[in-house]
Design a protein around this ligand. Structure first.
Ligand SMILES: Cc1cc2nc3c(=O)[nH]c(=O)nc-3n(C[C@H](O)[C@H](O)[C@H](O)COP(=O)(O)O)c2cc1C
Length: 216
């Protein structure tokens, strides 16, 4: 069995990457980690040419990633949540798996899971949280392909404003919005997935569950 793990985070050795690697290591089977920012993929043009050939006509790395996904027995997608939606690389990756939809449901029955990093733990009034939105986006892809969705895990990430040198003048600082007017990069804790033992345990369980689901 082989589990493919795909990270949409462009940040080097990000929480998203490391969370995904924890889950992959816990599978105990063959795995491959892919960082989408190392590849070039354009969004789906909705031309539907892939209906005829199970291949995409776009000349980029989309078909290579699609074939790796086809050859894998299970898939974990790990993303983060700019503007409380799934990041664009993860979204484009899912769109470009559309060739596997045709002749005939080539991802059907494969176990799949989601890992999503966010900082907004609550949604705006009446709205889902950033991590819920991210997990739903991945879950919707997997359900549409008749995969077996094993679960989604939220990871607490870090506000990008922590590294901004204009934070004092900023009227839309997420640092102040989340942690109050006195928040500074010095007094806000940096979150590392490894420090959260419950989340690490949940990631390890996810790795085990995805293998169990394959052999069931
Ligand atoms: C352009 C941009 C916009 C963001 N907007 C949100 C947001 O609306 N909600 C949220 O929870 N996090 C937001 N984030 C924060 C990301 O979720 C955070 O950077 C992520 O936790 C980093 O994950 P990483 O450590 O895996 O790279 C944003 C980040 C970027 C770069």
């Amino acid at each position: 069995m082989k589990v493919l793990g795909v990270s949409g985070s462009p940040i080097k050795d990000s929480n998203t990457d490391r969370a995904l690697k924890i889950a992959l290591a816990a599978t105990g089977v063959k795995t491959e980690f892919i960082k989408l920012s190392d590849y070039t993929i354009q969004p789906c043009n909705a031309c539907l040419e892939c209906r005829k050939t199970n291949n995409c006509v776009l000349k980029d790395d989309g078909n290579l990633l699609m074939n790796k996904t086809y050859k894998a027995d299970a898939l974990i997608i790990a993303g983060f949540t700019p503007y409380s939606s799934i990041d664009s690389r993860s979204k484009i990756f899912m769109e470009r798996l559309y060739p596997l939809h045709h002749r005939h449901a080539l991802m059907s029955g494969k176990p799949g899971a989601a890992i999503v990093t966010c900082v907004m733990q609550q949604g705006h009034e009446g709205m889902a949280s950033a991590c819920e939105n991210g997990i739903s986006a991945i879950q919707n892809y997997m359900l549409a392909e008749s995969m077996s969705f094993i679960g989604g895990i939220s990871i607490l990430g870090n506000v990008p404003c922590l590294i901004c040198d204009k934070k004092e003048q900023c009227s839309v600082s997420a640092l102040k919005m989340l942690f109050g007017k006195d928040a500074t990069p010095e007094n806000v804790k940096i979150n590392s997935v490894e420090d959260d033992t419950e989340t690490v345990a949940a990631l390890e369980k996810l790795g085990g569950d995805i293998v169990d689901a394959y052999y069931q």
